[in-house]
Design a protein around this ligand. Sequence first.
Ligand SMILES: [Zn+2]
Ligand SMILES: [Zn+2]
Length: 142
Amino acid sequence: MRLEMYSPCDVCGNKCENDMSFHKWQEDRSSWLQYSLCNKHLPKSPRVFIWMHNLRVGRAVASFLGLGIGLGGCYKCGTPWDCIRSHSTRYNPGSACFPLCEPCWQELTPTDRLPFYLKLLSHWDATPERYCEVIQAVLEGK
Ligand SMILES: [Zn+2]
Ligand SMILES: [Zn+2]
């Protein structure tokens, strides 16, 4: 589940039609600030192009373009989370996980998705109870 929370454009203050988020240093360089840009003020950058077209470019191409370095990404196509929307699977009321991007998730059946979730769980050192919750959610098509 994705939060439908659009903040106003950082340049003009209009409502943003897209769900991209950007980061910049705060004036005093103490922390990062997240902001949004409306379609008119989106930069013509590779990251924006890839995001808007849901392109699964993979990790090698993204790294070559300087995108998503140090970030995790889709377990299937490798595209970093800076470039593509993830599919969030809610496995209990307060928790969700997202090993796959939306296009990879869409084209797989629940049983085909399962190995990617199991791989994520193994990285978490998950409890048997957590395994059950996640497996059940995946097989229910969440
Ligand atoms: Zn704007
Ligand atoms: Zn993917």
